[in-house]
Design a binder for this molecule. Structure first.
Ligand code: FAD
Ligand code: SF4
Ligand code: SF4
Length: 480
């Protein structure tokens, strides 16, 4: 019966939800894709061939039950589809929006390999849980019987929030500390609204707060408390602080007025979206309106900056990247979106100097070419003699990636062990750091990664912490 409904990939072409026109998109910060109408979601789900070994699921960091919820969607059993999807993820509708599906589930769909175009897994995932929210099927987080133990979580990004939810479900008292005034980490202040509307994040956070999780906003560990103070306050601590030290660019003029850091720029824009007062935006320093903008970098952050600048009404937006299109870290889908919106990519080019009078006026760029592959097989860029050029620029945005901050120093915890990259060193089975009862998860362990990996880590670490806390409770009981 189910098989009759499925395997429709020959009869039905792949179809993503329609995108709004680039002209319309450029005028606001709303998401660019429409949502599926119910018959389209059913039809697209029915394209799945229900593989015995579903590679989509194998390559999803959460190992979501993809074929099963696609089948339920095709059969119109949406509430069951939602419950199954919710069983492995704390934020399926967020992953459906912002996972790089072309590299994960959809990129490994057998129908894609067979040349029919992958099942549109992410869009269906978003459809299922958006419907669940609209229908009131998303239930409150129900706290289990109180264990009498408390957990402190530093960082309210996807890793911290996921761990908070699962630890609350098993009955722990949970406190989440974040230096920002709103929870969500990069979901709230990094990723722009045109990829992820903020109400989608805020409703998740409200649901957690309603379950009794205590959020301590504007609380910076290192400034407002040491790590040791948190260890005294809680039975266990989780560090999920992400990575925030922006990589610098060592060229003359890097400190000129008008040369700004990507995250400062994106945070200002996201804050404006919330209606906050942002003086550095209002006085023009972090506003691209009417400017020639050059963004340096080729990752997700650079893509978000160029597309934000378009929406702010920049005169021109160029993205300068030292490798070519095939070798960039950012998603190809995002490059295509940016190009549609009017961004110009200048491949194989690196800045040599920022020329400024009172403020930056020009980027002098050096052409690059790809040299021999390094140990990882990636071809290294090297200067291409004889190719250099200038680009007009009233604003330069540096988006070269992020490294971890120096946590042992910041947290006043010299015994907190780090790797040579500055990420926290954890035991990969227990996810515990070098300090007993202090765990770590998300980007601060992996280095800059993806939301879906943050959720996976949050899920795994909550299991490890719950186990450790049980043993701790037993030991304390015996000793009493
Ligand atoms: P974060 O989300 O960084 O959260 C860490 C939290 O810890 C923050 O709220 C921070 O304020 C808080 N914190 C830090 N230090 C302290 C302290 N000392 N005291 C208290 N609180 C502290 N991934 C995708 O999958 N898809 C995308 O489209 C995508 N786009 C991105 C766009 C941008 C601009 C950036 C920068 C990243 C993007 N990513 C994307 C990556 C993704 O956002 C991260 O991998 C993910 O958010 C990491 O989750 P986390 O919970 O480890 O950390
Ligand atoms: Fe695909 Fe991400 Fe959803 Fe997994 S979580 S199914 S990788 S969109
Ligand atoms: Fe369906 Fe594609 Fe997953 Fe196979 S790999 S189960 S066809 S979504």
């Amino acid at each position: 019966m189910a098989a009759d409904r499925m395997l429709q990939f020959v009869g039905h072409d792949q179809s993503y939800p329609d995108k709004r026109s680039p002209e319309e998109r450029a005028r606001d910060f709303r998401e660019i894709a429409e949502r599926y109408a119910a018959p389209d979601a059913r039809e697209q789900s029915a394209r799945c061939s229900q593989c015995g070994v579903p590679y989509c699921s194998v390559h999803c960091p959460l190992h979501n039950h993809i074929p099963e919820w696609l089948r339920l969607t095709a059969e119109g059993r949406l509430r069951e589809a939602y419950e199954l999807s919710n069983a492995t993820s704390t934020m399926p509708e967020i992953c459906g929006r912002i996972c790089p599906q072309d590299r994960l589930c959809e990129g490994n769909c057998v129908i894609e390999s067979a040349g029919h175009g992958a099942v549109t897994i992410g869009s269906v995932e978003k459809y299922i849980t958006d419907t669940a929210w609209a229908e009131g099927w998303v239930e409150p987080v129900r706290a289990g019987p109180a264990t009498g133990q408390s957990v402190g979580i530093v960082g309210a990004g996807p890793a911290g929030l996921t761990a908070a939810e699962y630890l609350r479900v098993v009955g722990h008292e949970v406190h989440v500390y974040d230096r920002h005034d709103r929870a969500g980490g990069l979901l709230t202040y990094g990723i722009p609204g045109f990829k992820l509307e903020k109400e989608v994040v805020m409703r998740r956070i409200e649901r957690l707060a309603e379950s009794g999780i205590h959020f301590h906003a504007g609380f910076e560990v290192g400034r407002d408390a040491t790590l040791d103070a948190l260890r005294q306050r809680h039975d266990a601590v989780l560090i999920a602080t992400g990575v925030y030290k922006a990589r610098e660019i060592a060229v003359p003029g890097k400190d000129a007025e008008g040369v700004v850091a990507a995250l400062d720029y994106l945070i200002a824009s996201n804050r404006k979206g919330f209606g906050d007062a942002v003086p550095a935006f209002d006085d023009g320093r972090l506003n691209a309106e009417g400017k020639h903008v050059v963004v340096i970098g080729g990752g997700d952050t650079a893509m978000d900056c160029v597309r934000t600048a378009i929406r702010q009404g920049a005169k021109s937006v160029k993205c300068l990247y030292r490798r070519d299109r095939e070798n960039m870290p950012g998603s190809q889908r995002e490059v295509a979106n940016a190009e549609e919106e009017g961004v110009e990519f200048v491949w194989l080019a690196a800045p040599e100097r920022f020329t400024a009078d009172k403020a930056v006026r020009q980027v002098a760029a050096q052409g690059m070419r790809l040299g021999a592959p390094d140990a990882s097989g990636r071809r290294n860029p090297e200067p291409d003699p004889g190719r250099s050029f200038d680009l007009p620029a009233d604003m330069v945005i540096k988006a070269l990636g992020f490294d971890p901050e120096e946590l042992p120093h910041l947290f006043g915890a010299p015994d907190l062990s780090v790797t040579r990259w500055g990420t926290l060193r954890v035991d990969h089975q227990t996810m515990m750091t070098s300090l007993p009862g202090v765990f770590a998860a998300g980007d601060i362990v992996r280095g800059a990664s993806l939301v879906v990996w943050g959720i996976r880590d949050g899920r795994d670490v909550s299991e490890q912490m719950a186990k450790w806390l049980k043993v701790k409770a037993k030991t304390e009981k015996k000793a009493a």
